[in-house]
Design a protein around this ligand. Structure first.
Ligand SMILES: [Zn+2]
Length: 161
């Protein structure tokens, strides 16, 4: 099975479980984070800094985890593009990974306060749009020339910032 199909399978299984057999809040991470990593691989490759960025926004869940969170509770306000901007101060690859994180969170309940503090509203896209994007990315990754693209996107790059 190609890496692209493996990533799609990880996302499909994770979202099936989260939707049909929702685990407790603290256990969702066991399904959601592999799906975040799979999404990031499909959208941008396997660079370790980029993949770390794809999990970075969820650091703001740590204080929530110490309380008594319930499935469907709103994400913290800091789950916004501010994380991408802050990551960009460190590394463009880290910021790109954080942006890939939001590609998934936007499609999964309860959405994301994407432009906080400019707005307190929650942004949400249809799950079908996310699914179409990761399927299209997997076709691109599995298609002709994908090995060359993968080598380019997984190669360490130098950041100017
Ligand atoms: Zn998140």
């Amino acid at each position: 099975m190609t890496q692209a199909l493996q990533c799609l399978a990880v996302i499909a299984v994770a979202d099936y479980v989260i939707l049909r057999h929702p685990p407790r809040w603290h256990a969702i991470v066991l399904f959601d984070h592999p799906a975040h990593l799979a999404t990031a691989v499909l959208l941008g490759g396997t660079d370790p800094v980029y993949l770390a960025g794809s999990l970075l926004p969820d650091v703001d869940h740590l204080p929530t985890a110490l309380r008594n969170p319930k499935v469907g509770d709103p994400r913290p306000r800091t789950h916004s593009l501010l994380v991408v901007a802050a990551a960009a101060l460190v590394s463009r690859r880290l910021a790109a990974g954080a942006a890939a994180h939001f590609a998934r969170d936007l499609a999964v309940d309860p959405g994301v306060p994407l432009v906080w503090p400019l707005s307190h509203g929650t942004a949400r896209i249809p799950y079908a749009l996310y699914a179409a994007a990761v399927i299209a990315a997997s076709v691109r990754r599995a298609g002709p020339g994908s090995a060359a693209r993968s080598a380019v996107t997984s190669a360490p790059a130098t950041d100017s910032a």
